[in-house]
Structure formats: C-alpha cells, structure tokens
Design a protein around this ligand. Sequence first.
Ligand code: GLV
Length: 370
Amino acid sequence: MRHPGAAVHRHEHHLVSLSDIAVLFFKAAFNFIRQFIYLDTLMSKPKILVARAVFPEIIERLSQHFEVESNQADVLWSKAELIAHLQGKQGVFTTGGERIDAELLAACPDLKICANMAVGYNNFDIDAMTAAGVLGTNAPDVLTETTADFGFALMMATARRMTESEHYLRAGKWTKWSFDMFAGSDIHGSTLGILGMGRIGQGIAKRGAHGFGMKVIYHNRSRLDATLEADCKARYVSKEELLKTADHVVLVLPYSAASHHTIGASELALMKPTATLVNIARGGIVDDAALAQALKNKVIAAAGLDVFEGEPKVHPDLLDVPNVVLTPHIASSTMPTRLAMASLAAANLVAFLGGQPALTPLNPAALERK
Ligand code: GLV
C-alpha cells in the first residue's frame, strides 16, 4: 500500500531539487558574469589624455599601454575643455602650458598622474596636486646640454647684436662699411653672471669658463658644493654683486611666486650700461615692461629673451626696441632633445600607471594620499 505521504514526499523532494538547480544555475551565471567583468577590468587599458600634439611615435608607444585620447590637431583648449577631455582619464601628458590646479583636480577625480614634457613645472600647482593625491613628473636632465647651448648662443647673439644687424641688412640699409658698425661687447674674457645655478646654469658656466675664458660668478638659493664650483670655475656672490659686476647676466632660475620679477627697474639700474641680460628661464622672472624701458633708455646695452610674461604674447614695447634678440621659447628645441623629453614624460606615465615608481617624480608625498 502506498504510504499516503509518499507522493507528497517525492513531490517535495522534487521541488527542492529544482530550486537547488535554479540557485546553482543563477550562482554559476552570476560568477561567470562577475569573472568576465573582473577580467575585462583587468585587461582594459587605463585611459590617458595627451593634451597637445606630440611625436606620432610617442602616441604609438603610449597606445601600447593605454587607451589614448590625443590632441594631434593641437587645439589650444580652454580650462573647461581640458577638464571635459580629462573625464575618466587616469593620466595626462602635458607640455608645460596646461595649468593643473585645485579646480581642475576637483573636477577630474580619476586623475592620478600629470607628466610634463618640460623641466619647468610652474604650470603645476604642486601643493594642490599633493593634496589631491595626484603625482606630477617633469623632464629634467635630457634637455640640459641643448638648453645650455641655446642660452650661450642667445648671449652671444645679444652681445654681438646679430639679429639687430641682420634686420638692418635685410632692410637694404647696408651701403658701406663703418668703423663702429654694430659694435657689440666681447664674450671671451668677460664676466659671466649666472642667476640660478642648477644643471642648465652649470652647463652655461662650463661653456663660458672652459670654452671662452670667462670669469664666472653666480648666485643661487643655495651655494654649490666645492667640487661643482671648481668644475664650473664659478665664484658664489650676492645677487647685488652679480648685477653690478657681470658683463653678461644669464637667468636660469625656476619661476615661482618668490622669483616673480627677480629683475625689475631697480635691478636693471644696478647693471653696467654696457651689460647684457639673457632670460631663458620663464616669463615673469623679468618685468618685461621695465626691461623695454631700460633698453630704450640704454640703462643696459641689450637683452636676449626666449621667454616672456604672458607668452605667446610679447610686450609691445619690446617689439619696438632694436637692442633685443627675441626667440619664441625654443631653448630646448632640437629634434633629439624634444624627442627625449617626450619619451621621458611617456615613460613616467607607463611606469606609474603600470604599478612601478615614476622616473622623475616631483611630489612623492602625493602617493601617501591616494
Ligand atoms: C622649457 O621651458 C622647459 O621647462 O622644459
């Protein structure tokens, strides 16, 4: 005889089995989808932005590691546009012109690293980046010798009035020789004053001391050690003594609030009327309006400028004075050096976003924040 509960029992047993299978099935499906999403996250490349046009081979190299949005059309983005392009990006390749500040950082929460293709990094608000846990890197060393070459060349062009005389020639004004035609001042044997004695300053000092027999004096936030001073044959002096005694003053100091208008009307007044001034550092270190006035009034003989306050705009008074050599921020611009700078910025992104230490970090304290 069939037990009255037997069918029920079998039925219950059957029901349990079905629900077990359903649970197992859903669990398996869930795990499969979860694994797939996890793998996809693991396998998807981090997103980065290259904010200005750079060498195509650099974009190619970056694309092996990242999902790259690049600006090969070289559009000059507003801050809002830069923020929009940075959405979802963990890294950005900058070129020195893109301002990275607290406002931008707050609007770009995914950002982890900003790699500058420049040794100077006054476009970075380093304190804000550290507070936001965003690492900054720059591109030192690879440009030192090229930039020192240019600083020296600009000093020579300024002292020997090269562009001023070329403009005269091109204008068809050269009709006869004259004894004092574009007489300039000597480089060899003269006194070279360097304000800012980092790697590039030292490169210029060595060129002057060893190549041209110049007497080198320098001023810096901190004095170099004796070995470096001996290598550069350089003597440490106060800023005032440097300005008063140098025949050629070259500025190679980093820009910051503290170095803003390091050279203004009163510093120019300390210089010899025969002296020249060269700025390859940053716009804003020289008060350009005061310099134009000093050049016009022959307070100093001549100036050579590769950088300008508010560049690429140039103070109109500077364009009006003849005794100034003007170049558009090209001191590091040779193809091998610019490629080396871009490669270093790219290498910083690849290393850091690949879980390795960055090569040239500026604010390692940022790493403790994120
Ligand atoms: C150029 O100005 C640089 O800072 O590299």
